[in-house]
Ligand binder design. Sequence first.
Ligand SMILES: *Cc1c(COP(=O)(O)O)cnc(C)c1O
Length: 454
Amino acid sequence: MTSPSEERQLLADADRRALSYFDGIANRPVFPTPAAIADLKAFEQAPPEHGMAAEDVLRRLDEIGSPATVASNGPRYFGFVIGATLPAAAAAERMVLAWDQCASSFDNSPAADTLERIAGRWVCELLGLPTQSAVGFGTSATACTLACLSAARRKLLASKGWDFDGDGLVGAPEVRVVVSASCHITVKKALRILGFGVNRLIVAPTDGEGRVDPQQLPALDDMTILCLQAGEVNTGEFDPFAELIPRAKAAGAWVHVDGAFGLWARASSSAHLAAGVELADSWTTDGHKWLNTPYDGAMAICRDAEALATAMNSDAAYATASKDAQKNLTLEFSRRARGVAIWAALSSLGRAGLREMIDRHIRQAGHLASSLRAQGYQVLNRAVLNQVLVRADNDEQTVAIRQAAQASGQVWFGPTLWQGRPAFRLSVSSWRTSDADIQVLIELLGELKHSIPA
Ligand SMILES: *Cc1c(COP(=O)(O)O)cnc(C)c1O
């Protein structure tokens, strides 16, 4: 048995190690060195028969694990859309760990239930979404999209008198799904898992920026789910909601919007980019991307609160709860209080701080795009948001420059294919990224463009 004082000492050691890791975050290689990765082999063991002292567990974790981490919590990580964690959110997360709550309902944790209810309302207000919406805090945009789409299907079937919960799908009227040609792979994954069949999805063609083209929108009716997108992963572009959603609603369709990162533009001075998104029926967004909160904090937001609460209901004789209890709004039954860090982030930023952070990233991405163009790069998107999509003079040079940048340890960003050819993608989404960090990236890419021949 570990004594209370030993436990205290262990946690203090963990805090000390965490702080020392944190102190080095700006100076470590952004991607771990090959040697640090090779050292991970030390973890490859059979499960120990006899446990080791907890302080040794921690020491191994830190000494072998820490050097092989990616500094995505640092200032010069430009991959995917991975924000760092805001200080208030990181601190709140430590409290949540100390509390160790099961945040499934008020009875499990009055504090978590209250804070998540408030965080949900704030998110709706800050993103300009209907405030009566149900907000479930799930693990990911993937899981939250799955929750929203299952609510959508259940509701459309109920409108035809079909009891989905009782009778499932055999013999049910068909629910058709229309997806953007550039919809995120995780939306397709959610649809596939729900049994919609990827070959049966109806694809809405997109324009050169990855936005659904209203002229080519497939026919919609009252048994259709239309999946739109706020923030295409490569271009950061938005579907023309103000034009598309009223048409879909007039036809009786359900409109779901994947806004994993892009929905946060609604809290910025560029909110006009997502005008009309509030007219949809459901939305998913992540805290762990552009809001800069820890993993795994995402939200399923559903205008018809009852539709989500019935689709996700998990009341049992021993565990009944209010309709808006989190266990009735997400896939999880037992869950940690993941909304608390979101509450903390929003509390520390305020409306003005949130707007300032998103505006700053959009400004930095714009500067990055124009500087790279001036260096002779092709910037393939309009760079209206925080994503910059780039190519060098030919495919070989594009790939070689990305690999050299990754190997430099100074920055990290990932590859993509755009219209069938290699490109790389720079995402500005960390509160820690200063203008000087953007300058480091620009100068590095400038040097590589000269030193690596086309
Ligand atoms: C990241 C992302 C997702 C998936 O989000 P997870 O939280 O990683 O599941 C979905 N859509 C878009 C546009 C994304 O950028």
